[in-house]
Write a protein of this length. Structure first.
Length: 209
């Protein structure tokens, strides 16, 4: 049974509220996205395995837990997912980075893939797919499908804001993928945008609109 996690932490709620504000500028928006990604990374990595190793402290020798060496890969969905990478690397500095590029056809609302570059050993890694918004779910479903085709078997998905329709579509298409969400919003509007949402995350991260 896959995990569906929706954050309840007051820091996550606080930072997402500032993300939503239309008066939040590009610099602060980027910083908030990165900080929220770090907080969600903490939740998504609770099940990482550990092993005990011998460590010498200033006082004694002791056996203590460290990560058991599971390989990780972060795969942001371009371009908005790039805004979450640095926040993830704060906790996972050894993770490899892949990239998958999708854009949404504004008429059909379906994703169109234009780029995919993943670590050569992606089949050996636990993959965390990143995208700030889970709206219709099309991009997330397609990205994970492409990653699975290249051999990945253990995949998680992290987003900051999701619509119920997107979560349902993702879980139906990939019931084996754990999903971590900063906040669940009300619905999608007639244009496929999350409401209340925060607008176009890519444009707000990169200052292109």
């Amino acid at each position: 049974m896959s995990t569906l996690f929706v954050a309840e932490h007051p820091l996550v709620k606080h930072k997402i509220s500032h993300l939503r504000d239309k008066n939040t500028g590009t610099k602060e928006f980027k910083e908030l996205v990165s900080e929220i990604a770090t907080l969600l990374c903490y939740e998504a990595t609770r099940d990482l395995p550990t092993e005990n190793v011998e460590i010498e402290t200033p006082l004694t020798v002791t056996s203590q837990p460290v990560l058991a060496g599971r390989k990780l890969a972060l795969v942001p969905i371009l371009r908005a997912g790039l805004g979450m990478v640095d926040g993830m690397l704060t906790l996972l500095p050894a993770a490899k980075i892949g990239h998958i590029g999708l854009y949404r056809n504004e008429e059909t609302l379906e994703p169109v893939e234009y780029y995919c570059k993943l670590p050569a050993d992606i089949h050996e890694r636990e993959v965390i797919v990143l995208d700030p918004m889970l709206a219709t779910g099309g991009s997330a479903v397609d990205a994970i499908t492409q990653i699975k085709k290249r051999g990945a078997k253990h995949i998680k998905f992290i987003c900051i804001i999701a619509a119920p329709q997107g979560v349902e579509k993702l879980q139906q298409a990939h019931p084996d993928v754990d999903v971590y969400i900063g906040q669940m919003d009300d619905c999608l509007n007639e244009h496929g945008y999350i409401v209340p949402g925060l607008g176009d995350a890519g444009d707000r991260i990169f200052g292109t609109k």
